[in-house]
Design a binder for this molecule. Sequence first.
Ligand SMILES: [Zn+2]
Ligand SMILES: [Zn+2]
Length: 315
Amino acid sequence: MTRILERGQIEAFAERAIARVRLPEREQLFAARAARLREHAAPGALGHAIADYLLLMAVLADAQHAALASVAATLPNEEQVARARAHGMPVVQATAWPREDRWRGVLRRLCDALAGDPALSGGATLPGGVREVLDRLRRAEPQALERQAVAILAARAHEVDIAAAPFLMAALQVCWVDLASRLSSDAADPVSVPGVCPICGTLPVASVVPTNRRSQGQRYLHCALCATEWHLVRVTCSHCQSTQGISYRSIDNGPEAIRAECCDACGTYRKILYQEKDQAVEPVADDLASVTLDLLLAEAGFRRGSGNPLLWQSG
Ligand SMILES: [Zn+2]
Ligand SMILES: [Zn+2]
């Protein structure tokens, strides 16, 4: 017998079939990011002008991958999940969820990995005063690191040590990716504040249009902290939710997979990555490497919706 679906049922099916939230895959996330950063740093590639920085961040992402394998923090219990859902709050909110002391152990591990990496330190000094920053972080008092973590997680850029922030952020990312990757996607109800990560409440770094079966042609915002991706209808400003006055810009003769979604209503943009044009797109790496696009957009009078977690600018 053939079943015929009413129009409303078809839409309900489609709604259910689309993955609303994509939680990070801990075995792949940082390894894929490291590989993509190296790809962008190669001669003739998009980010070659900032190759030293991209390669440093690639070593950092390798160290994050290694550190994540041995991190397993306490997950929220059923009551905490239920309470967050009832209040429309992110379940492991970055500014409220207790950071176990081990995040500073992760930071230490990342700093040691960078300082000891033969490709970076091999006889020469690390780029741009990095060794000095790493030494400063290794010597820092726990209270000073905690104050920096608070400022970074709350995006209070004027309080952030911008040279140290990528390394601090990298340690915090390891801890939140650990949490997000072990949660059930049921924990990610829509939150009452639009435009923030439903798991941790952080702003997205960029968005991505994947090609896999459950999310084909849909657009997802990618969290700068926990790497969770959540659905947002296409041709919508990820900053002010306007659906009017949205335009797309890209680098002349640049990669087709990276564009900027610009909003006339609020004057901001975020980059959007198309996996159908390049299977290897990775939001943090591609956003960082396409700094040329940021320069073009600044000239056109647009400002970023939010920063890149691996590159901080003074408030
Ligand atoms: Zn998040
Ligand atoms: Zn807008």
